[in-house]
Design a protein. Structure first.
Length: 832
């Protein structure tokens, strides 16, 4: 009996043990399951990673310069347009690669033509040298490149952490002595502005003009005063290395950029103020001296967010430019979001709480994290302090480090963290991307984001991440956006001259309407006055033809319509046509013409329409400035009331989530087929246009130059000989003559001849092409033309192909003669 009892006890014990094991396992299962399910609902946050891509410098012009940032995507030629590296005589280009975070396993490079159509060389490096800061490599570029011709160099570093990383520069095999002298002058010039004893040497370079704006230290030019050039009473001093870059070299002309950080002590608070300084030099070399043709210095204060920056009813942003600041309020007005120096902040006026929402800038002063080729854009602000915004350009650090593109973020107040929603890759330069987004960025109440990118407008549903093309193949002048960026109008089917149908879209509701031109008529978008659309109507039969090329399609009326498509104003006067229209706030300026023949017109007196429409909020609403005795113009964010606390509580979201982010590959290849021209002035890209004359005019005003989309130089104001004569104009004219009869607009032909429409340029601006060896066609009356084939300091040489006569005429008289004839020129270059 005892044995049976013991046996039963052992069985029960085993059952108990097994049950315990089962229960424990079940409990663990549910715990793990619950934890996993809970984790699926939680957002995982990570810190914004520090910059870790290698940085590449070139040894050229006698110094280590031309910093190249790494890209984790292959880029367009426009990125290489930012740098020009001169190849030494032996073609062995030395690179200094600063790399402390990532091991480099291989290095190779490609040399291509600027249009990328020809691969000149592809080489894998077998050896490089280890240095304290990284490695040094020598590129033995083969003898396959031509002297004095630019090429595209792509350097690829294979890394352990990031895979392939790409670096870009243009290269030029030429004598570097002139360029080195001009680079040295730029650096010495910068250094001497801080030294009163040496600064007097700079006075001879200035062309001081009393009409120059001396109220702001943000921009100093060659026309500024000596006091402004030497920092006045600021007490500014450089606080870091000078980053030197050669931007352009064409014969005797060069463009050099110098960047560096600077610091000063505020005289009232004693606090240190940090600044970013960028200088751009345009110089011309000759045997006697180097001439400074243009100079521009931009200074921007880094907003620190210290207590002293919150004063009275203002948040003091410091010395900057209105293009770099922005403010927007939440619906109740309690929270203000503001952009300053590429950083994004919010301030709660009730609680006195400030948040530094986004910044790439690190504490170490790493040049990679301070790369200026990015900015932010506010989309919406909530009363709880949440904010939706974009970061666009080159991503200095974080998940997308080394990518160019647009990232969409939301700042969550409760979590004090950022959440990325999407990333849109972009293969062009930051300047092009910024210009695109300046056209249109709008987030409507339904969560639909509209933006302009590469000649198209896209709509992106931020909830589903689905996107659509609203309009594409948009030329400048064929579309318009209202000041508040909530209404968008565009033409369909034709260029800026007009189209059969015009579309108007309310971006807040997503609804669109049409305006039909009718039979034989075209409608043209002219702009907005507030939210009211301005458009014109033209008859196809009224087209203005000059020397075989369409000059204009003059409009016989201009109309203004409101939100309900009701006509508010109609401008139409018998016998008068409108050729061009410009809209400035509530005033519409009309350039008018009258008929002078069957398909010809003559200018007449201008007219103006004054409107009563509500202009709406401008970009500078909430931003003001005051004149400081020491700092000049100081910008600030306007608050509704006095800052209550002497100590501002500031927080920084140091975590970010990428869990719910999508990569959106928009169809950004919306090419138009027409040539685009890039106008550079004061070392910066100022305009991208299909109008060659507009590009030249923009570059002319800033001693600049014009390139095509492959950065081939097409025109330069500075690099032109004092005298030039084409001895045999008929032979030199032959390449252009072959295409003259079929020519209707700027284009490159299969034989390598690039024919350009110079209508609207002055005769003096056309002399550059004579210096390049090709006569310029100058149209006269009744379709006839003359050839400009030489010039000196006083005269232009003219050849009449109809009579074979060659003669000289005074520069001033000739300039006026061709101006009266409409400055109708055709010019050409022979390119590769």
């Amino acid at each position: 009996m005892e044995q049976e009892t013991e046996k039963m006890y052992q069985i029960v014990k085993r059952i108990g043990i097994l049950f315990g094991i089962f229960a424990t396992a079940l409990l663990i299962y549910f715990m793990i399951g619950n934890r996993n399910r809970s984790g699926a609902e939680e957002t995982v946050y990570v810190a914004l990673q520090d910059a870790s891509l290698p940085t590449v410098y070139a040894e050229t012009c006698g110094r280590t310069m031309n910093r190249m940032a790494g890209y984790r995507q292959e880029m367009d030629s426009s990125v290489a347009g930012e740098l020009l590296t001169l190849i030494p005589e032996d073609r062995k280009l030395v690179l200094d690669i600063q790399n402390r975070e990532d091991a480099i396993t291989a290095i190779h490079y490609d040399v291509r033509s600027m249009d990328r159509q020809r691969l000149i060389e592809r080489t894998d490096l077998e050896n490089w040298t280890t240095t304290d800061s990284g490695i040094q490599a020598q590129l033995p570029i083969q003898n396959l490149i031509a002297r004095d011709q630019e090429y595209l160099l792509q350097i690829t570093l294979e890394t352990e952490q990031h895979g392939s990383v790409y670096y870009y520069t243009r290269i030029l095999w030429t004598d570097s002595a002139r360029a080195q002298a001009m680079v040295d002058l730029a650096v010495n010039f910068s250094e001497k502005t801080f030294d009163p004893a040496q600064a007097r040497e700079l006075a001879s370079y200035l062309e001081t003009n009393t009409s120059q704006d001396e109220n702001s230290y943000h921009r100093t030019t060659i026309h500024s005063s000596f006091s402004r050039l030497t920092w006045g009473k600021l007490g500014m001093q450089p606080s870091g290395e000078f980053q030197v870059a050669l931007r352009e070299l064409d014969g005797a002309m060069s463009s050099v950029q110098v960047k560096y950080p600077a610091v000063r002590q505020d005289e009232e608070t004693g606090e240190s103020e940090i600044y970013e300084v960028e200088e751009n030099f345009t110089m011309k070399w000759n045997e006697l001296r180097i001439y400074l043709m243009d100079y521009e210095r931009d200074v921007n204060q880094i907003f620190s967010g210290k207590d002293a920056d919150y004063s009275g009813k203002r948040i003091l942003l410091g010395i900057t430019d209105e293009s770099r600041v922005e403010a927007r309020k939440s619906p109740s007005g309690s929270v203000i979001a503001y952009r300053a120096g590429r950083e994004l902040w919010t301030y709660d006026q009730k609680s006195g709480h400030a948040v530094k929402v986004f910044s790439f800038r690190g504490k170490s002063g790493d040049v990679r994290e301070n790369d200026s080729r990015h900015d932010t854009r506010i989309l919406s602000v909530g009363d709880d302090g949440s904010i939706e915004f974009l970061v666009y350009g080159y991503m200095n650090r974080g998940e997308h480090e080394g990518n160019m593109g647009i990232a969409g973020y939301v700042y969550q107040t409760e979590a004090n963290a950022l959440e990325e929603r999407f990333f849109i890759p972009y293969s062009g330069s930051f300047t092009e991307l910024e210009e695109d987004l300046n056209q249109l960025v709008c987030l409507n109440p339904s969560g639909m984001l509209y933006l302009y990118l590469k000649h198209a407008v896209y709509g992106i549903d931020l909830e589903s991440r689905e996107n659509m093309v609203v309009a594409d193949r948009l030329e400048k002048g064929s579309y318009a956006v209202s000041v508040d960026q909530k209404r968008f109008a565009w033409q369909s089917g034709r260029s800026q001259g007009g189209a059969g149908v015009l579309y108007l879209m309310d971006l807040e509701t997503g609804q669109s309407q049409e305006i039909d031109g009718g039979v034989g008529e075209n409608v043209r978008v002219l702009g907005f006055v507030g939210r009211d659309l301005v458009y014109g109507t033209a008859r196809e039969s009224d087209r203005w033809i000059v020397n075989g090329r369409t000059e204009e399609e003059p409009m016989y009326n201009v109309k203004i319509v409101n939100d309900q498509m009701e006509v508010e104003t109609t401008y139409q006067k018998e016998g008068y046509y409108i050729s061009r229209v410009s809209v400035e706030e509530s005033r519409i300026h009309l350039d008018r013409v009258v008929r002078s023949g069957d398909q010809s017109y003559a200018p007449t007196v201008e007219d103006t329409i004054v409107c009563n429409a509500d202009i709406g909020q401008g970009r500078m609403d909430g931003i003001g400035w005051y004149a400081s005795p020491t700092k000049g113009r100081v910008y600030f964010v306007q608050l509704d009331g006095e800052v209550r606390s002497r100590s501002i509580r500031t927080s920084v979201p140091d975590e970010i989530s990428y869990e719910k982010a999508d990569v959106l590959n928009l169809e950004t290849d919306r090419t138009l087929g027409n040539m685009e021209f890039y106008a550079y002035a004061s070392g910066q890209l100022r305009l991208v246009t299909m109008d060659f004359a507009s590009a030249i005019q923009t570059a002319y005003e800033g001693m600049g130059y014009v390139t095509d989309s492959y950065h081939r130089l097409l025109w330069s104001r500075v690099d032109r000989s004092v005298t030039r004569t084409i001895r045999d104009p008929q032979t030199a004219f032959a390449p252009l003559f072959r295409h003259l009869d079929e020519f209707t607009g700027s284009q490159k032909y299969a034989d390598g001849v690039l024919v350009l429409d110079g209508r609207g340029c002055s005769m003096m601006q056309m002399l550059y092409f004579i210096d390049q060896g090709t006569p310029v066609v100058a149209y006269t009356e009744n379709g006839g033309y003359l050839l400009l084939c030489g010039y000196d300091a006083y005269n232009v040489t003219i050849f009449n192909p109809a009579t074979g006569e060659m003669y000289k005429a005074g520069l001033n008289d000739s300039t006026e003669y061709f101006r009266r004839l409409g400055n109708d020129f055709v010019c050409a270059l022979v390119v590769e």
